[in-house]
Design a protein around this ligand. Structure first.
Ligand SMILES: Nc1ncnc2c1ncn2[C@@H]1O[C@H](COP(=O)(O)OP(=O)(O)OP(=O)(O)O)[C@@H](O)[C@H]1O
Ligand SMILES: [Mg+2]
Length: 302
């Protein structure tokens, strides 16, 4: 089957069984304004053929994606990798080199509900912004989204620079640069060809590999604690398995032990979630030992 489609272009989702939305036979509708959506398919992001274009280089309905495209960060949108709760990850390329573009859902559809525990400790210096965020006005949600994306870039850069195995961001490291990326976190694509690396929650490993994956994952958690950081959602769902190496993803909710009052509680939770999530891989680890090690590393660094 050819995965090339005149209208959609090359879409490896067809070839590699990536998650993607149902695509019916109906041709795309012409739209001047895009409806806010929680999950967007590749088709939603592209401008339909024959649509009015602001300039000859306008290719995407999504303004943030269009901005990155115009600035040369990527030249091709290849397909969808995976839709998560708050964001959908797409595969894009620049001169043949693959990148992952994590695009957050439209702010109108984002609940930010699950994030409450993290937001409690984010200090918003501007009183008007803090009020707008508290009242969940449109401006408040817009600010919240911008902060969330900036946090993801900032932590990814910090971790890359500290030598931790996370995808290297493709925008920045200057905040003035990644600040203009809108709702898109563009980063190194972890995978082989067009095939994304599986999450440790999905992969089958033999006993030795599983033990090694746990050692690496626990090592990352301890190293983070040593840097004074807590991931906040540390489980096999946010750990990719790539060429025998564990790669940590999904970092916008990261917390600082020295600043956040909830961070110690989150560290304890991360330890328990990690250990529990490894049971599927038949690894029986002791959460108390890992917590003691992490706290020791954290205390030594404070
Ligand atoms: N850099 C990457 N390279 C390859 N695949 C990636 C990359 N980043 C994310 N993914 C894939 O996309 C999925 C969603 O990414 P991520 O966990 O960052 O978003 P999320 O919205 O928080 O998802 P969820 O709510 O499911 O945790 C991941 O589980 C992973 O399979
Ligand atoms: Mg995730």
């Amino acid at each position: 089957m050819s995965s090339y489609d005149e209208e959609r272009g090359y879409d490896p989702a067809f070839e590699h069984g990536f998650d993607h939305d149902e695509r019916g036979p109906t041709p795309p509708r012409r739209r001047s304004t895009r409806k806010p959506k929680r999950k967007r398919s590749v088709r939603d992001l592209r401008l339909p053929q024959g649509a009015e274009r602001a300039t000859s280089t306008t290719a995407f309905a999504d303004p943030d994606l269009q901005g990155l495209y115009e600035r040369g960060y990527f030249d091709t949108l290849l397909g969808e990798v995976k839709g998560g709760k708050e964001a959908t990850v797409y595969l894009v390329a620049r001169e043949g080199r693959r990148y992952a573009a994590k695009i957050y859902a439209d702010i109108e559809t984002r609940a930010f509900r699950d994030d409450a525990v993290y937001w409690n400790d984010v200090f918003i210096a501007d009183r008007r912004t803090a009020k707008a965020m508290k009242n969940k006005t449109r401006a408040g949600r817009r600010a919240q989204q911008a902060i969330w994306v900036a946090r993801e870039y900032a932590y990814l850069w910090r971790l890359v620079e500290a030598g931790l195995p996370v995808p290297r961001p493709a925008v920045g490291p200057e905040p003035s640069v990644y600040g203009a990326a809108g709702s898109v976190v563009l980063m190194e694509f972890v995978g082989e060809g067009d095939e994304p690396a599986p999450r440790l929650s999905d992969v089958r490993l033999d006993r030795e590999e599983a033990a090694d994956a746990y050692r690496q994952s626990a090592g990352i958690l301890v190293r983070l604690a040593e840097l004074g950081l807590v991931h906040g959602d540390f489980s096999t769902y946010n750990l990719l398995w790539h060429e025998g190496k564990v790669v940590l993803i999904d970092v916008p909710q990261m917390m600082e032990l020295a600043v956040s009052r909830s961070a110690r509680g989150l560290l304890e939770r991360d330890v328990h979630t990690l250990v529990a999530s490894f049971r599927r891989l038949r690894v029986q680890a002791d959460p108390r030992a890992l917590l003691a090690e992490a706290l020791g590393a954290a205390n030594a660094s404070l």
